[in-house]
Design a protein around this ligand. Structure first.
Ligand SMILES: *Cc1c(COP(=O)(O)O)cnc(C)c1O
Length: 406
């Protein structure tokens, strides 16, 4: 077999479908987010405004965070030096896990290399350890949850997105004696909507199922202490396992779970993706803890972000552009066709120095390709207005959005 030709063919197929992924090479400028330099292949660069970042509150450049990172590097050096079990558990890990257990008012918390790894490790381990477990999974759950459930290897039922009636049907028709786990997200990152958390908890209580919530796009942003949508809605104590990330609103990287001590300890003891990997370095952990602690008490960043999100939604709506109207801070603008989606974002970048990454299959279903817009705390109202003016211009003049579906 001509291996190389085979791989080339797979790539050219992607290109002809318009969903070949090209990355923007950025250099973020501390203190100037959402501005960044964007590099062309010839090495030249220009300043752009980012409109698709998950650094929702600008914590990736907050002085409190930067100082904590620097101090930890100066004190402890670059790497952790081992896996958690073999010399890689530092004071920074333990302190961050205490901070997280407090954030979510749970007995225990456990830090992973990323949110992806946290979902994969926790869901696979919990479902594998429960004998004959059945997992109920929202149809739009993140790839990391799907991977975790798949590698857990137990029976799985997918319920229609946010559809509690369908979930109940599935629960009702399952053997009442078998252990069950319901896995869902709070904020769905690509749709911008929020799960009916209370109704799902009520079903879990009625059918004796464990609840596992991914609050990756909720933590830092929602609730009086930034513990997520479940905190905002007064439901945190009724959820068994909360999963989160430091990679989005907290501005760094790394993931975690929080829950009952026995469950967290089981994951710590059995999850391969937790055990067999080098632990996060001191700088990242110290920065994450500084960010979590800061957002437990500071609301300024959240207020500014909400103000900008409100403005963005109001202006997009007034312009008559078809965005998916969810309760969250995410504004998905549906284009509905991959090549067109890419053309729009190329134009934004080349003509207007605005960076939005097109979102294509398999991140979202084919035919629903979209621009996923995020107004952060770091944008100004003028930047919001300018951005929507530009979108509107493209919209009306260039027929770029001819495939748009309402
Ligand atoms: C980004 C994301 C993850 C993964 O988190 P990372 O820390 O980036 O690995 C998990 N779940 C959802 C819903 C996400 O959007």
């Amino acid at each position: 077999m001509d291996y190389e030709a085979h791989f080339q063919k797979r790539i050219s197929d992607l290109k002809s479908e318009g969903r070949y992924r090209s990355f923007a090479t950025l250099e973020r400028i501390a203190g100037r987010f959402p501005k960044a330099l964007c590099y062309a292949p010839d090495g030249s660069s220009k300043e752009v405004t980012i409109w698709c970042s998950n650094d929702y509150l600008g914590m990736g450049q907050h002085p409190v965070v930067l100082n904590a990172v620097k101090e930890a590097v100066d004190r402890s050096g670059a790497g952790a030096g081992g896996t958690r079990n073999i010399s890689g558990t530092t004071r920074y890990h333990v302190e961050l896990e205490e901070s997280l257990a407090d954030l979510h008012q749970k007995e225990s918390a456990l830090v992973f290399s990323s949110g992806y790894i946290a979902n994969e490790g926790a869901l696979s381990t919990l479902s594998k350890l429960l004998p004959d477990c059945i997992v109920f999974s929202d149809a739009l759950n993140h790839a990391s949850m799907i991977m975790g459930i798949r590698s857990g290897g137990c029976e799985k039922h997918v319920f229609r997105h946010n559809d509690v009636e369908h979930l109940e049907e599935l629960l009702k028709s399952s053997d009442p004696k078998r252990p069950k786990l319901i896995a869902f997200e709070s904020v769905y990152s690509m749709e911008g909507d929020i799960a009916p958390i209370k109704e799902i908890i009520e079903l879990a209580e009625k059918y004796s199922a464990l609840t596992y919530i991914d609050e990756v796009h909720g933590v830092g942003l929602y609730g009086p202490r930034g513990a997520g949508v479940a905190e905002e809605r007064g439901l945190m104590d009724r959820i068994d396992i909360i999963e989160g990330t430091f990679g989005k609103a907290y501005g760094l990287m790394g993931g975690y779970i929080a829950g009952k001590a026995a469950m967290v300890d089981a994951v710590r003891s059995f999850a391969a993706s937790f055990i067999f990997t080098t632990s996060l370095p001191p700088g990242v952990l110290a920065g994450a803890r500084a960010s979590v602690e800061h957002l437990k008490v500071s609301d300024i960043e959240r207020q500014r972000q909400r103000r900008n999100v409100r403005r963005l939604k109001a202006r997009v709506e007034a312009a008559g552009m078809p965005y998916m109207q969810g309760e969250s801070h995410i504004v998905p603008l549906v284009v509905g066709e991959a090549t067109c989606c890419k053309q729009v974002t190329d134009m934004l970048m080349s003509e207007y120095d605005i960076y939005v990454q097109p979102i294509n299959f398999p991140t979202v279903p084919k035919g629903t390709e979209r621009l996923r817009l995020t107004a952060t705390a770091a944008h100004s109202l003028e930047e919001v207005d300018h951005f929507v003016d530009v979108l509107q211009e493209l919209w009306s003049e260039s027929h770029m959005f001819q495939h748009a579906v309402a």
